[in-house]
Write a protein that binds this ligand. Structure first.
Ligand SMILES: Cc1ncc(COP(=O)(O)O)c(C=O)c1O
Ligand SMILES: [Zn+2]
Length: 407
């Protein structure tokens, strides 16, 4: 076996503190149902910042800080190592020093979900699992199906009727077994729960497996490295379940602990949602430590139409400890954000990152950004994931008058 040099030591429950060995395959915590998190022995890390910086390749360049021990179990399609694209026109428009986009649309299945899929399917592979399952709004299911196929693992994906044809068809194209639930994301979650109870599937669902947010951590690692081991002042993240936001937060904490950062200041993590489903933004406005479930969610940004995000205490910790905030934008503003990114930066976005762009524009409009600020927008998914909503948005363009930054 060729070792990755991973410094992982154990798995710990964030709910009750119970610790588990690396052979754990029953997720989430069997004592309390809490979120499981990978813990590392940083003193045992056998690499320096310079060693890592010199490496090219996928997100696995950070393999010592990822939870896989045997290199042959890594399931990779070349995910990560995505570019930062500078947008001077947008910096002018927002009145800040710099606007950059982290372009996760350039991942193998066109979203940042590939990082979580790569880590969770690698974890399944290392644990000798032959069949996995997850519920998804669409993109995570597509990514899981792709990585499962690469690993020779059977994959069950529970989507709902709102998932788009690209997502449904590509799950099947990768050989995944598609299950469709009647209803919204919560219906897919319920159906997944029933099927899993019957079939005993190994779960790669958000915050059930401890591996997905580990994969997303590499998004943060790359951002800090690409900002020369500093951090942007403000990051705008389209927040659904919060996996990526927590990944960026955990990445900051690990690099900080290792002394790899040139700055003590974390980036302010700003959670952007749409006003039809904004439980995190509402909790931030109420200065609450957890969300209240959102009644009647309705957003065309399906990946952020998450009415009951179970990890809200962790998301809110990340926002509060970094002096971030919450911003809610309308669906029309999100589409306008996506089109603005295409026109001003050449970066194609789907609806969810369009919301993040619109959130930055809105905060700038409300004088919430500093002229010195370096601002990073996370483009979580490419424009080709949202051709339907974009058709609608472009027809509605004349209604954008009044939206922050509208032409
Ligand atoms: C394109 C896109 N952006 C953002 C999100 C929200 O992700 P997170 O769970 O990290 O909040 C999703 C989730 O489905 C998504 O597909
Ligand atoms: Zn527990």
């Amino acid at each position: 076996m060729s070792q990755t040099g991973s410094a992982i030591s154990h798995i710990e429950c964030r709910g009750c503190g119970q610790t588990y060995g690396l052979d754990l395959t029953e997720f989430p915590c069997r004592e309390c149902g809490g979120i499981l998190d990978a813990k590392y022995d940083y003193d045992a890390l056998g690499v320096s910042r310079a060693d890592v910086a010199d490496r090219g390749g996928s997100m696995w360049k950070y393999r010592e800080l990822l939870p896989i021990q045997d290199e042959t179990n890594i399931v990779s399609l070349g995910e990560g190592n995505t570019p930062i694209i500078d947008c001077p026109d947008l910096a002018d428009e927002l009145g800040v020093a710099r606007v950059a986009i982290k372009d996760e649309g350039q991942n193998p299945t066109n979203t940042f979900k590939d990082r979580g899929a790569s880590a969770s399917l690698s974890g399944a592979s290392e644990q000798g699992i032959e069949e996995v399952a997850l519920p998804s709004a669409g993109n995570a299911g597509q990514a899981a199906a792709a990585y499962a196929a690469q690993a020779g693992i059977d994959c069950h994906v529970v989507l709902n009727y709102q998932s788009n044809d690209i997502q449904k068809n590509l799950v099947r194209a990768h050989g995944g077994e598609l299950h469709l639930a009647e209803g919204k994301l919560d219906a897919a979650g319920d159906r997944f729960g029933e099927l899993r109870a019957e079939e005993g599937w190994y779960t790669v669902a958000t915050f059930q497996t401890p591996f997905r947010h580990e994969g997303k951590k590499t998004l943060g690692f790359e951002i800090y490295e690409q900002f020369d081991w500093e951090a942007p002042d403000e990051i705008f993240y389209p927040t659904g379940g919060g996996v990526g936001l927590i990944g960026i937060w955990k990445a900051y904490q690990e690099f900080h602990e290792l002394g790899w950062l040139e700055t003590q200041e974390p980036p302010s993590l700003n959670a952007v949602q749409t006003d039809g489903c904004a439980p995190i933004v509402e909790a931030i406005e109420d200065e609450a430590d957890e969300h209240s479930p959102w009644q009647s969610p309705e957003s065309i940004g399906r990946g952020i139409e998450v009415p009951d995000p179970g990890a809200s205490p962790w998301i809110l910790e990340a926002v509060y400890e970094t002096n971030g905030t919450g911003v809610a934008v309308s669906d029309a503003e999100a589409l306008h954000g996506a089109v603005t990114s295409a026109r001003k930066a050449g970066v194609e976005m789907c609806v969810e990152p369009g919301a993040a762009m619109a959130g930055a524009m809105k905060l700038a409009d409300e004088d919430g950004l500093d002229p010195e600020d370096e601002v990073l927008i996370v483009n979580t998914g490419a424009g080709n994931k949202a051709s339907g909503p974009l058709t609608y948005g472009l027809h509605q363009e004349n209604r954008w008058d009044g939206a922050p930054g509208a032409p």
